[in-house]
Design a protein. Structure first.
Length: 816
């Protein structure tokens, strides 16, 4: 992290804003800040540390005390820092929490406070706000906290000695941050972990190989050799296991060949026995079949005779019934045209009945409608007669409404005049009051003016009297004696003051004239309004109204007239509705009369049509009755249904005849088949039925022999399978042992390599008691380079008298 620019405002000893261009220090790794005591070196450290972490560099300074005590109240305390980290520029602003003295306008002094604030601008212009969030972001960015920053990046005076005197563990952590050697620590841990993992993998491979050898399937004859092999087994010598597996494979192959020969002998014997069993079974089946057929033959003969008798007797009955049904069917089919005529007449009768029903309903509807129209016409005529005078009444009421509206308007006008009159009276009172005040002011000013004139002339006489000398003539009267000279007042009235009084008197006179004229105008206006009000009242009433009662009179009559107007308005609406209804009735009555005439004509036509259809309906009923008397069935549908039933019955009888004939034929065929089978079996068998028992005993003996041979065959097959499994398992195990053995050797080689690397990294395996890890070795190398670089300066400063030397101990990373 390299600082570029530092801005301090009212911070520490700096009362105002100061900017430090740190980029001028160059881009070398180390900067030295020097100066006299109190010059502000620590303040710069505090500012940088506060900007980054929100706290000063030292532990004795509190954040709230960072504001300069010399700063003015309008100057804000804050620090801004621009710095470069990994070639990217960052800007940070931070303000501490502080209090300051504020002097108010009234001189009162109050303490005010400012809250802490901060923001960080990242290279991508993203802004991080809030002090805590900014601190977290800086710690995450730099990879260190404030205490580590003070020990690593910025070492204040006296702090370097603390680093040198720190214990080995703490100094090691510090150097890990300074020299960034944490990756070597990670490498050490990773190598150690990989060595452990390699050992575990090697042990797993060993256990798998041992498990494979322990699971080998070994024949009984090799069990002793197998036990010796397990007892002497070693991971570095697998050959005895291979020898055992080869022995198992060879032994299994030899046993398999012997068993295959035994299997072939048993299979040949089994084939002969099964062939003989098949022949004897066939002979026995033929004898048993012949015995069964001879037993079944009498029953078959009886069944055939029974069915032949049923065909003869029942078949004749069915033929008689079929002939009777066919005769009835022919008679019904001959009468079908009559049924068709009956159907047509019935259909026509139904249509006429439907027409009569429709006409009857329509006639009833129209008759009711005609009656309703007649009643409506009478009702509307009566209603129209009662509304004849509504229009005349409406005209009269409208005229009366207009008169009331005129009176209301007049009273409204009178009310306005009365209001204006009252305003004029009030205005006259005000102007009269103003006139009185103006008169009083005029009198007072006139008196002041007169008094001032008298005083002025008296003072003039006093001045003249002061100049009089006894024996000299008076310039006014010429007298030589002056027994009572005018006195002189100490209060002098100048001519200018008299002129001022004169202007005030003239102004008062002018105001008096204006007020007097306004008063006269108000009086005239009041009189005019009074006369106008009297004229308006005379136009609406003949009553004599006292002037003080005018407002009450107007209000009462206005309310009364408005009430009458409302009633008349309601009455007008009623009469208008009645008049409108009367006009509608005058239009509706002729229309209803016209409808009544039309519906009366329709009713007459419906009555005529209904009478014609009734006559035709009676004639059709008579024709249908005559045809029905001739026929057996009431309708064509019923006759056709009977024909269908006869056809179905004939078919059923015919099916019964066919069934009897089929059953009789089947019984006869069965009898013929039994006789043929008996003849065929008599030709095939060489022995009689009595030899069946002997054949059965021989067959049982032969079956027992076959079962024994099958058992022998299964045992041989099982032994062959077992020997083949020994051979197959041994071959598979041999492959697995080879694979796992190779894997074990590979893992063993890797383990040795990883163990050596881990020992070197962790310092194990050194001949001396002290060991040094890889990270410690790198830190010592860095420290030696740093001491060498420091000695270039240190030797020059001490004129080659002193130099820094690292302690020889491997664990001691201090220099002295």
């Amino acid at each position: 992290m390299r600082p570029i620019k530092l801005v301090l405002s009212a911070f520490g000893p700096y009362a105002s804003k100061i900017e430090l261009d740190l980029s001028k220090l160059g881009e070398n790794g180390v900067y030295l800040i020097t100066g006299d005591t109190g010059a502000g070196k620590t303040t710069i450290f505090d500012a940088i540390t506060f900007a980054l972490f929100g706290k000063p560099s030292g532990d004795i300074r509190d954040v709230k005390t960072l504001r300069s005590e010399y700063a003015k109240e309008e100057i804000e305390t804050y620090v801004e820092l621009d710095f470069v980290y990994h070639d990217e520029e960052y800007h940070i602003y931070r303000r501490p929490e502080y209090t300051y003295t504020h002097v108010q306008k009234n001189g009162e002094v109050k303490q005010r406070s400012k809250a802490a604030d901060a923001y960080l601008i990242l290279p991508n212009r993203e802004r991080i706000v809030k002090p805590t969030e900014v601190t977290k972001q800086v710690e995450q960015l730099l990879g260190m906290k404030r205490d580590q920053f003070r020990q690593i990046a910025m070492i204040a005076q006296g702090s370097f000695l603390e680093i040198l005197n720190a214990d080995t563990k703490e100094r090691g952590k510090l150097f890990e941050k300074v020299f960034m050697t944490s990756k070597y620590s990670v490498l050490m841990d990773r190598l150690n972990q990989m060595a452990k993992e390699s050992y575990l993998a090697l042990n797993d491979a060993k256990l798998r190989l041992q498990q494979i050898i322990s699971d080998v399937r070994v024949p009984e004859i090799l069990q002793e050799q197998y036990a010796q092999t397990l007892e002497t087994f070693a991971m570095d010598d697998i050959q005895p296991v291979y020898d055992l597996l080869d022995e198992i494979i060879a032994s299994s192959k030899e046993s398999t060949e012997k068993l295959q020969k035994q299997k072939a002998q048993v299979q040949n014997q089994l084939k002969k026995s099964r062939k003989e069993e098949t022949e004897k079974t066939k002979q026995l089946q033929d004898l048993l079949s012949l015995e069964k057929l001879l037993k079944e033959k009498p029953a078959k003969e009886e069944k055939a005779n029974l069915y032949a008798e049923r065909v003869k007797n029942d078949g004749e009955k069915y033929h008689i019934q079929i002939d009777a049904l066919k005769k009835e069917q022919a008679q019904i089919e001959h009468e079908l045209p009559e049924y068709e005529s009956l159907t047509k007449l019935s259909t026509k009768l139904a249509e006429i009945r439907k027409q009569i029903s429709i006409i009857s309903k329509d006639l009833a509807t129209k008759t009711n409608f005609k009656k309703q129209l007649d009643e409506d016409i009478a009702l509307k005529q009566k209603e129209a007669h009662t509304l004849t005078d509504s229009e005349l009444s409406l005209s009269k009421v409208i005229l009366k409404e207009e008169e009331i509206e005129k009176k209301i308007s007049a009273f409204h006008h009178a009310s306005m005049i009365q209001s204006n009159y009252q305003n004029a009276v009030n205005a006259l009172k005000e102007k009269t009051q103003l006139l009185q005040e103006s008169t009083d002011r005029k009198v007072i000013l006139q008196k002041q003016y007169d008094d001032a004139q008298i005083s002025y002339f008296a003072n003039q006489a006093g001045l003249l009297a002061l100049r009089l000398t006894k024996g000299e003539p008076c310039p006014v009267c010429g007298s030589l004696e002056h027994p009572r000279p005018a006195s002189h007042s100490n209060k002098l009235v100048t001519e200018e003051e008299i002129n001022q009084y004169k202007k005030k008197v003239d102004q008062a006179e002018k105001e008096y004239q204006i007020t007097s004229k306004a008063c006269d105008d108000a009086s005239l206006k009041m009189s005019a309004l009074q006369n106008e009000l009297e004229l308006v009242l005379k136009s609406v009433t003949e009553e004599t109204v006292q002037f003080e009662d005018v407002k009450l009179f107007i209000d009462e009559h206005t309310v009364q007239l408005q009430k009458e107007q409302k009633e008349i308005s309601t009455r007008i609406k009623q009469l208008q509705q009645q008049s409108k209804h009367y006009q509608e009735l005058q239009k509706q009555i002729p229309q209803l009369q016209q409808k009544f005439t039309a519906i009366s004509e329709e009713v007459n036509q419906n009555e005529i049509a209904q009478a014609k259809l009734s006559v035709e309906y009676e004639q059709l009923q008579k024709q249908i009755q005559e045809i029905t008397m001739k026929l057996k069935y009431s309708s064509e549908t019923e006759a056709k249904n009977r024909i269908s039933m006869i056809t179905k019955q004939i078919l059923e009888y015919q099916q019964q005849i066919n069934r009897l004939e089929s059953e009789s034929k089947l019984a006869m065929d069965e009898l013929v088949y039994v006789n043929a089978q008996i003849d065929m079996l008599n030709e095939k068998v060489s022995s009689s039925i009595d030899a069946i028992s002997n054949h059965q005993n021989q067959l049982k003996i032969l079956q027992t022999e076959i079962e024994n041979l099958q058992v022998q065959q299964e045992e041989i097959l099982k032994c062959i399978h077992d020997t083949q499994m020994y051979e197959s398992d041994a071959q598979d195990t041999k492959k697995k042992v080879k694979s796992e053995s190779d894997d074990y050797q590979t893992k063993l080689s890797r383990y040795h390599s990883m163990k050596e690397l881990a020992d070197v990294a962790m310092g194990n395996g050194r001949s001396s008691k002290e060991k040094i890890t890889l990270q410690e070795y790198v830190q010592i190398a860095y420290l030696d380079r740093m001491i060498h670089k420091a000695n270039e300066r240190y030797l020059s400063m001490s004129y080659l008298q002193y130099q820094l030397v690292r302690s020889a101990g491997t664990k001691d990373k201090r220099s002295h």
